[in-house]
Ligand binder design. Structure first.
Ligand code: EPU
Length: 340
């Protein structure tokens, strides 16, 4: 089958902020072979490319000139299952939450803390998704990619993906250079719940669940996310818009002197993660709007489309928030989504 090149495609339904821009050209790839067809294509082969998954970690500020490669590769299967772990392989186009649910339904626990994260499996390693004490890097075994220049396939072990806090090689050197076609996840046995995160602990305690099952942890995470984070199906958003800043002990102590209530978490390497949501709320932004964009009422780290916002509206608000936080705390927050 040859590739279908769609032209002047509205992207509004393909990004969870719901920003109304166009792609000049868009191709849908349903297999690694389709990606190679793109590479070998006389027109598309050399053109700059933009990879689109679920569009849930993306702020579009203008029409997209590069060829949009929409990844729709499906597939869910168990590759290995023994006494020590289960290895599953997932097509990059699978919706992430569906992967978590499927694994749980099959009796393969270990992803439940990452329930209800929007986006596709292929996008998960790009920003090393994480929530409630678990990061993809804790479960990722390897990633299959196809190189956009040579068309060659390769398997990158997780250790080569340079996964960091909302960061990876795919946001850096490999951005636009290769496309993720599938990922492999290793779920260790025996399963042990990850319940150290305050919100999860509190929720389980309230239900008197001292020895929770995977399903109960899953339900807890789903309930917490539903109560705090807006559903992109009804309110345009991309989850957290900023990263939590990581600072050394001296800076943390300086900030703490002036703002004794600030929420911060010690990291293993002696640095501290500061709660950006707390700082944004302390600047009075929680629930506020600027034009057609706003700061979410329940989670100040989330910017929302109040209706008809374009990229500039959202960027204006983001900059105003960054300015306020910088004035009050002396730190400039770093945006988390990819901005195009
Ligand atoms: N807080 C406030 N005001 C708020 C929200 C939170 O003061 O409006 C304080 C809370 O007191 C809490 C602290 O900030 O102690 C942290 O809040 P929360 O647990 O909601 O997590 P977060 O640090 O704001 C991060 C991730 C989320 C992830 C949650 C849970 C980033 C950028 N965000 O948010 O990920 O779901 O932890 O693990 O690290 C995403 O990346 O899109 C995302 C939603």
């Amino acid at each position: 089958m040859s590739l279908q090149i769609e032209t002047d495609v509205p992207l509004r339904a393909l990004n969870t902020f719901g920003v109304d821009v166009m792609a000049r050209r868009l191709v849908r790839v349903r297999s690694a072979r389709d990606v190679r067809l793109v590479v070998d294509h006389p027109e598309l082969g050399r053109a700059p490319k933009f990879i689109l998954g679920g569009g849930s970690n993306l702020l579009l500020t203008r029409d997209v000139d590069p060829v949009v490669v929409k990844v729709e590769i499906s597939g869910l299967r168990v590759l290995e299952d023994d006494a020590r772990s289960t290895l599953i392989e997932v097509g990059a186009g699978e919706p992430w939450h569906g992967v978590v649910e499927w694994a749980l339904d099959q009796g393969h626990a270990g992803l439940e803390n990452l329930a209800r994260i929007p986006g596709t499996a292929g996008a998960a390693p790009v920003q090393n998704i994480g929530a409630y004490g678990l990061e993809l890097s804790d479960r990722l075994e390897s990633v299959d990619v196809v190189d956009f220049v040579t068309g060659r396939s390769a398997t990158l072990p997780a250790a080569h993906c340079r996964l960091g806090y909302r960061d990876s090689v795919f946001k850096r050197e490999l951005a636009g250079k290769s496309v993720i076609t599938s990922i492999r996840l290793r779920l260790p046995k025996p399963w042990t719940p990850v319940t150290g995160y305050a919100d999860v602990e509190r929720w389980l305690q309230r239900q008197n669940l001292t020895d929770p099952s995977p399903r109960e942890v899953f339900d807890a995470v789903c309930a917490i996310r539903r109560s705090k984070l807006p559903d992109p199906a009804t309110v345009g958003n991309v989850g957290s818009f900023f990263k939590n800043p990581v600072v050394n002990r001296t800076i943390r102590n300086e900030i703490l002197e002036e703002h004794p209530d600030i929420v911060s978490y010690p990291l293993e390497d002696g640095t501290y993660k500061l709660a950006a949501a707390w700082m944004i709320a302390a600047c009075g932004w929680k629930g506020q709007s600027l034009g057609r964009a706003g700061v979410h009422e329940q989670q100040a780290l989330v910017l929302v489309n109040r209706g008809g916002a374009n990229g500039a509206d959202i960027l204006n608000l983001a900059q105003a928030v960054q300015d306020s936080v910088e004035q009050k705390f002396g730190l400039r927050l770093e945006p988390e989504p990819v901005i195009v």
